[in-house]
Design a binder for this molecule. Structure first.
Ligand code: AN7
Length: 351
């Protein structure tokens, strides 16, 4: 049985005797070895961390469960967040399960259909603003200062605490940290959390070698790469359409302390990696998640030598969340036939 992040990792989390050990079964996600894409990279071992297998289909649940538990510990009955979609779906699910009023503020028309469907179904109060994520985050921060509402965006440190548990799982699964971690970067909370997790694991086990952190933003939403706030961020990867990341400084620390990089990938690189993961590995993630593999392929194609290296690409969310993007994939073969076996045999070249 999946114990959930709080029960499994309580000694490493801000858990007191008053913290309810709540769970929707988050964490303990698969680390899947690449079978085909690894040949293009030329590394020793390549793994995908399937964070889309969390209860609401993204990594957000790991941190949300801790943020919600700490809110409940304080006696707060109302939570709120700004979101490009996944944080709001996660907050709304825990809000529903624990009977908290959940308010989400999202950029109108800019969040993937599956994520909005989740927030609606879980019963969130939804404010769709005529603005982008960065504006939504400013509004929700002010809202939570004025009212007795718990802010559950990743500027809430409990979110980062929960999300760091993904690093512990990777170390447990492969027996060490990988040489390289590749991860998408939006608001930059997750890269911050993974790095914190690896550092804490090293404090407990001095022999652990830390990974090089490789973060990737989308080209049209790359404030950290360009060292400049992006007023009007653009990318098909709506989850990471963020122009002023809240954890900007911490992401830079993770990059520099690990001798890593934060670089960008184009929308076409992202879509190519997204399609490859599905068609070559049987792994359907959302476009933003594929930025991690897109980044790895960009480096490998530029000639970086990964021989002998172990690499983990974090795939942050499930592909089912964004049906509009998936419907742009050309089917290998998809035609209509009469309900007649000989017709279908002919179609499949089986005659
Ligand atoms: C699938 O839900 O910001 O760098 O409001 O949904 O920690 O922000 C989502 C971000 C990567 C980037 N992949 O992580 C939100 C939100 C997926 C995401 C990211 C997000 P951060």
């Amino acid at each position: 049985m999946n114990l959930g992040v709080l029960e499994r990792y309580k000694e490493f989390l801000p858990v007191t005797s008053n913290t309810p050990l709540i769970s929707l079964g988050e964490g303990d996600t698969p680390l899947v070895a690449s079978n085909r894409i690894i040949d293009e990279v030329g590394c020793e071992r390549l793994f995908f961390k399937l964070e889309g297998c969390n209860p609401t289909g993204s990594f957000k649940d790991r941190g949300m469960v801790v943020a919600v538990a700490k809110a409940m510990e304080k006696g707060v009955s109302s939570i709120a967040c700004a979101s490009t979609g996944n944080t709001s779906a996660s907050a709304a699910a825990y809000g529903a399960h624990y009977n908290l009023r959940t308010t989400i503020i999202v950029p109108k028309g800019k969040i993937a259909k599956g994520k909005l469907a989740q927030a609606v179904a879980y019963g969130a109060h939804i404010a769709m603003i005529d603005g982008n994520f960065d504006q939504a985050l400013n509004i929700v921060k002010e809202l939570c200062e004025k009212h007795p509402i718990e802010l559950v965006n990743s500027i809430n440190p409990n979110r980062i605490e929960g999300q760091k548990t993904a690093s512990f799982e990777i170390i447990d699964d492969i027996g060490s940290a990988p040489d390289h971690l590749f991860i998408p970067v939006g608001n930059a909370g997750n890269i911050t959390a993974y790095w914190k997790g690896f550092l804490e694991a090293k404090r407990r086990n001095k022999k652990l070698t830390l990974p090089v952190m490789n973060g990737f933003q989308a080209e049209g939403s790359a404030p950290i790469v360009n060292n400049q706030i992006v007023k009007n961020p653009q990318t098909i990867a709506s989850a990471i359409r963020i122009g002023n990341p809240a954890s900007w400084e911490k992401a830079i620390n993770a990059r520099d302390e690990s001798n890593g990089i934060i670089d960008s990938v184009s929308d076409s690189d992202i879509l190519e990696a997204y399609k490859k993961l599905a068609s070559m590995e049987g792994i359907f993630c959302e476009p933003a998640s594929a930025a991690s593999l897109a980044g790895l392929l960009k480096k490998a194609n530029a000639g970086e030598d990964f021989s002998g290296k172990s690499i983990v690409c974090v795939l942050t969310g499930n592909g089912l969340k964004d049906p509009d993007i998936s419907s742009t994939i050309e089917p290998v073969s998809m035609n209509e036939y009469s309900a007649d076996i000989s017709d279908v045999e002919r179609a499949l070249d089986l005659t």
